[in-house]
Ligand binder design. Structure first.
Ligand SMILES: Nc1ncnc2c1ncn2[C@@H]1O[C@H](COP(=O)(O)OP(=O)(O)OP(=O)(O)O)[C@@H](O)[C@H]1O
Ligand SMILES: [Mg+2]
Length: 453
């Protein structure tokens, strides 16, 4: 179906004359005889093309054009103008108006212009619809995934983000909790403010308190300068408390008090500091159990979980695996200067069938590693399962050409460790490094490794 045309001209005989003329050619045409009426009609949003007189009472053609652009209305616009105002019309074209026509109207030129303008509109619409569909289907902020479960999450983020309510994200490790927290921040009206993340499990008690609330100069030995904590740094923005179930009881009390009052004192400070923050927290624990076990205060839980958000593990949204895998393949292929076109059928079958206990993080790491190991133009099953070979029984190492030093070191360390059946002392002495060094590297390498393949 052809899009409708609106003719806006304060000279009624021109508006109605054009309407009749164009109707004869099969166009559907509405008219308006002043700018205000035209604007009302345009906002209905159903015109492919607006023909508007440059000069009309109240709202002229240029003002109409400005309003349309501001409102994101994509109808094409052709300005009708007297000879004296051609300059303004040309200016409008530079801004994106489709064309202009001089009075008295040259009907032949008008008739030649209309189908082109309407086609331009149609193409623009089609592109936009496509863009929107792709955007809605596969991603939301930096989150990729189009499963029903993820779309439910996107909808919840969309609804909850603009409020100030505390949100608790619960999900297994690697499900994307931090990305969700960032998406909440970016969709909120605090997006221009800071996003401050702190991992509550990463610090011993005293240091965590210091990180959260900061300190005054001289608050303790070694406090040479004052230092603001995360609460202050997040003022006007979002504070992300990661692994929030891992806090000592007295810190929980302090945190609860600060959240309730939206104010706190620095360590060694007397002054109450007011802050305007939105708190998003995350945990991979079953919090009801942590509450029952007395590890987490129930009142703190309720304060943090005004809106609870459950992020399902990847194995419960298998529909997302493929688009994630393909996105990561493209990304790492580009980053590593490779020209990989996709996965072999066996590799894809494995990816779809595997349980992914480490969720998206594991998938991402596996694909990065596979991309590094891959030869030719696709990722094969052997590239993906390289770890199993490393951990297999035989005493030999096979490291393909194209492996980075870091990757080779990782293979060597893991293989040795597995060969001595987890004996740190023997492994360290075989590798010629000390045991602490071995532990550091193992921690680093293990986190890259798909668990349970
Ligand atoms: N839906 C997703 N789309 C794209 N990347 C994702 C998605 N989910 C997770 N990732 C990526 O996987 C990795 C892990 O995500 P993230 O750090 O958000 O997980 P997490 O739930 O916070 O894990 P943990 O509990 O271990 O901290 C990151 O590199 C992240 O970019
Ligand atoms: Mg995290």
């Amino acid at each position: 179906m052809q899009a409708k045309i609106l003719v806006a001209d304060d000279e009624r005989h021109i508006a109605e004359g054009l309407q009749m003329l164009l109707a004869d050619d099969g166009y559907e045409v509405d008219t308006a005889t002043d700018g205000e009426a035209a604007w009302e009609l345009i906002q209905g949003g159903e015109y492919g093309l607006v023909l508007a007189d440059l000069r009309m009472p109240q709202i002229g053609g240029l003002e109409l054009f400005a309003r349309m652009r501001k409102a994101g209305i994509t109808s094409e616009l052709i300005i009708i103008t007297g000879a004296a105002s051609v300059d303004s019309a040309v200016e409008a074209m530079r801004e994106g108006a489709y064309d202009y026509l001089e009075k008295p109207l040259n009907i032949g030129r008008l008739k030649a212009l209309l189908p082109k303008a309407l086609e331009a509109y149609r193409v623009k619409q089609a592109n936009r619809a496509l863009e929107e569909r792709i955007a809605n289907l596969t991603r939301f902020g930096n989150l990729i995934g189009q499963s029903e479960e993820m779309r439910r999450i996107y909808t919840m983020i969309e609804a909850a983000a603009p409020t100030n309510a505390s949100i608790l994200i619960v999900g297994e490790s690697g499900t994307g909790k931090e990305l969700v927290a960032e998406a909440i921040h970016n969709k909120s009206n605090r997006a221009k403010g800071p996003f401050i993340a702190i991992n509550c499990a990463a610090f011993p008690r005293e240091i965590l308190e210091n990180e959260l609330f900061g300190h005054e100069k001289g608050a303790f030995t070694g406090a040479l300068n004052e230092k603001p904590g995360c609460f202050e740094l997040a003022d006007g923005g979002t504070l992300f408390l990661d692994e929030v179930a891992e806090m000592e009881p007295d810190i929980q009390v302090k945190l609860l008090r600060a959240l309730e009052a939206r104010s706190f004192r620095r360590l060694g400070g007397k002054k109450e500091i007011q802050v305007d923050i939105r708190v998003v927290s995350a945990t991979n624990k079953h919090l009801k159990k942590a509450i029952d076990a007395g590890e987490l205060r129930e009142d703190l839980y309720h304060r943090l979980a005004v809106i609870p958000l459950d992020l399902p593990p990847l194995r419960e949204r298998r529909g997302d695996i493929r688009v994630l895998a393909e996105t990561f393949l493209r990304r790492f292929s580009e980053e590593n200067g490779k020209n990989l076109k996709g996965f072999s059928p066996e590799a894809l079958e494995f990816i779809n069938a595997y349980r992914w206990p480490g969720n998206v993080r594991e998938l991402k790491n596996s694909i990065e590693r596979a991309v590094i190991l891959a030869h030719g133009d696709e990722v094969r099953l052997t590239d993906l399962r390289a770890n199993e070979q490393i951990l297999s029984e035989d005493r030999e190492l096979r490291i393909p050409v194209g492996t980075s030093v870091e990757q080779a070191e990782r293979i060597l360390v893991l293989k040795t460790f597995s060969f001595v059946e987890g004996d740190h002392h023997r492994a360290a002495s075989m590798l010629g490094i000390d045991e602490d060094e071995l532990r550091t590297r193992l921690a680093q390498f293990m986190s890259l490794q798909p668990a349970g393949v």
